[in-house]
Ligand binder design. Structure first.
Ligand SMILES: *Cc1c(COP(=O)(O)O)cnc(C)c1O
Length: 412
């Protein structure tokens, strides 16, 4: 089935009342009629026990995401950060290393530096090119971590090259596919990534109304290379032997949801489930608008550099052609200085906010906001300059947007 068919039909549970749509289970715990039934549910992990671990509303969202990303299993979390943490924590042990892209989402860098480093996990940041990553690998590297599209540099990762390198080394390629819009713009698992993590807060929600995150896992024998799946667990079973390729997603559920409790509210799952029905339509329209905005502004005398992966002259264009369904909803303008960016943002009648994927066009000055906690050198390395303005294109009329951008540029 094609994406848009899955987006509206996948994951819908059978409802005893014939409800068409997703009911919200505002329920914390699920009972059993007999001791034997309870014992069976605990032993098998099938069915529902307690909503921290699994509940029917969240499960429907997991089924839909699994279908849309093309995975074997999906798990949902309270936020994108929770999903990223659970996915990596389930893979890494003290002494392990990760090779990660430079210029990742700021709080992902924070997770590596402030959470994983003190636990004894070392991270090396390199340009996310296959050759650079290969050079940075060591005997202790247990994961490669990149984003589908770097924020805000808008470089698209060579997913196929990185996946085959990871396969060759027997380690996991983990891709933050937030910019891939739940598979509507990019599907890293299809190119061989082992794990996708993503923030559903952005394009999946689509209206800036709710937080959520997901881990989606491809079926793979790679987990047999990790000692935690070959040693007896708390139940006395060897996860790889007992569960095969499901051992990894089961560990993510046990650690991230059962033990750490980073569970998504079913009310939020309901909104995200609905958001997924229109994400591909929204992203296509946003991409068309972004393309016309980029074309209309290209060569404007007040713009020092314009980046849009859908323009043939853009450095990201070849990778975007290969991995994305369109040029995408993101573009950046470098106006040359913080002063120029400040005048532009003051003049434009659109929200200035550190978020993405909303129905409204959102603008942000990464130098003083999203990336302000990095050193100057760190910011420049991530492609953030003092004059840079990041634009997440929304659903407004393209003509109105072009007019507003031109007027605001006139104030620079
Ligand atoms: C927003 C974002 C996250 C974090 O997601 P939250 O839902 O805000 O926790 C992770 N990665 C990328 C690329 C993001 O844009």
């Amino acid at each position: 089935m094609e994406y848009q068919t899955l987006a509206v039909l996948s994951g819908l549970p059978e409802d005893p009342h014939g409800a068409v749509g997703l009911p919200i289970y505002a329920v914390a715990a699920y009972g059993f009629k007999t001791l034997e039934e309870g014992a069976e549910r605990f032993a098998s992990g099938e069915g529902y026990v307690y909503a921290r671990q699994k509940d029917p509303t969240n499960r429907a969202l997991e089924e839909r995401l699994r279908a849309l990303e093309g995975g074997m299993e999906a798990l949902v979390f309270a936020s994108g950060q929770a999903a990223t943490f659970a996915a990596l924590f389930s893979l890494l042990r003290p002494g392990d290393e990760v090779v990660a892209a430079k210029g990742l989402f700021g709080q992902t860098i924070g997770l590596f530096q402030q959470v994983f480093a003190p636990m004894g996990v070392r991270v090396r940041h390199v340009e996310p090119e296959t050759d650079r990553v290969r050079e940075a690998l060591s005997e202790r590297t247990r994961a490669i971590f990149v984003e589908t599209m770097a924020n805000p540099a808008l470089a698209v990762s060579d997913l196929e090259g990185l996946a085959s390198l990871a396969e060759e080394k027997g380690i996991a390629l983990v891709v933050d596919n937030t910019f891939g819009a739940a598979g509507a713009l990019a599907k890293p698992l299809q190119w061989g990534a082992h794990v996708v993590v993503e923030s559903l807060t952005k394009w999946a929600s689509g209206h800036g109304s709710v937080l959520g995150g997901a881990v989606v896992v491809r079926e793979s024998p790679i987990w047999a290379n990790y000692p935690q799946f070959l040693e007896k667990d708390a139940r006395g079973q060897v996860p790889w032997g007992a569960l095969g390729p499901r051992c990894y997603p089961e560990r993510v559920r046990t650690l991230g949801l059962s033990l750490m409790g980073m569970a998504l509210s079913p009310f939020n799952a309901y909104l995200l489930f609905q958001g997924l029905e229109t994400v591909a339509l929204r992203v296509r329209r946003m991409s068309e608008t972004a393309q016309s905005l980029a074309e209309a502004l290209l060569g404007h005398p007040k713009i020092k550099a314009l980046r849009y992966p859908g323009l043939p002259q853009d450095p990201a264009y070849p990778m975007a052609r290969k991995y994305l369904t369109s040029g995408g909803p993101m573009l950046t303008l470098d106006l040359g200085s913080q002063e120029a960016a400040s005048r532009f943002l003051r003049a434009i009648p659109l929200p200035k906010v550190a978020n993405l994927g909303d129905a409204r066009t959102l603008l942000v000055h990464p130098w003083t906001t999203t990336h302000s906690r990095l050193s100057e050198e760190g910011r420049l390395q991530a492609g953030v300059t003092p004059g840079l303005v990041r634009v997440s294109v929304g659903l407004e009329d393209p003509g109105d947007l072009v007019a507003w951008f031109r007027e605001a540029l006139g104030e620079v």
